[in-house]
Design a protein around this ligand. Sequence first.
Ligand SMILES: Cc1ncc(COP(=O)(O)O)c(C=O)c1O
Length: 394
Amino acid sequence: MVDVQPEFLHSFIGKSATELPTPAFVLSKPIVQKNCQRVHDDVKSLGIKFRPHVKTLKSEDVTRLMLGDVSRACVASTLREIRGLLPLAKEGLLNEVLYGLPIRPSALPQLLEYSKTVKVLVMIDHESQIDALEAFAAANSVTTAWSAFIKIDMGSQRAGQPLTSPHLKPLINRIESSSAVSVYGFYCHAGHSYGSRSKEAAAAVLHDEVNAAAEATALMQKPDTPVVISFGSTPTAHVVSALKKSLPSNMTLELHAGNFPANDLQQLGTACIGEQDQAIRILSEVCSVYPERNEALINAGCIALAREPGPIPGYGRVVGNTEWHVGRVSQEHGILTSHAEEGKKQKAEEAFKVGDMVFVHIQHACITAAAHFYYFVVDEQDIVREIWFPWKGW
Ligand SMILES: Cc1ncc(COP(=O)(O)O)c(C=O)c1O
């Protein structure tokens, strides 16, 4: 059973983040707000639509900030996330949610139930999924066709059909002729944008995403059908203002992104954000120091930080002393190692002493957040003001 005692957690409200029980997930609300504002300003000035993905911080509070006054649509990666979004739909803040995994038959009964509250869109990348939707419609007397995004694989070989696939055109045409599902648009998610090391490189991926979706529309039997071209990832969202593309009038452009409210070392590695744009820090405590190997031990291991790699070495980096990284992790142990040049390394016993509170920036917000059951939300002065509870499970 999860040991979450709201009275205990709320007793930290008004206290400084350094007084929290460690390891603690500390989320800066002003940084989340600023990160959301940046994307909102860009989509407003470009006049395109916006569909935030809720998978990173999986919470009602963060979703409100991500939607702001620019969007009434989301992507979710689990049914649990969609259930969490239903109160926002009831409030009139959300009109539609895309279930962002290619649709699997056993999800349909729940999605049909949720669609009484919010319009649910599905993702398609295989003809069998259309068979499943048709069979489900027939068995359950569903008369409204599901709106579908067709997923284009941009080279990451995760989900979707590549533009070169001989299956893509038959898939699109089959949807066009089905009574159970209709083409809403094309969805391109270039996960490889994380390999960008400059804004220019991220902007090139951005244009690849939009071009791929636009090319896919040419495979439609009725290419003039109104379609939404959904593109994005957080690195390409950070450079969306570079978008220079005029599309035919039947195509509506929509940006999707998920990590952007949080940001992390992987995003920092793309050179599209700055150190100060990272909203998450894990508070840990120094448990021991080892002068002979010039290392220190903190109580944040891979359970608290995640074992995610990135262009910046280690599984985390000490905030305020970036020479020190979490060089190794096991379950609850994190080992701080110096990444300064040989001969210039600070001594571990000078940098840390047992009992020091150490904030760590993390590699990948989506994975780290998934390990935490509550977020301590701080203001500009690092005072805990709120506790947010993310949606857990599937
Ligand atoms: C289908 C889909 N859309 C959008 C996103 C959001 O991408 P990012 O986290 O880079 O913003 C993801 C992330 O994995 C995704 O899987």
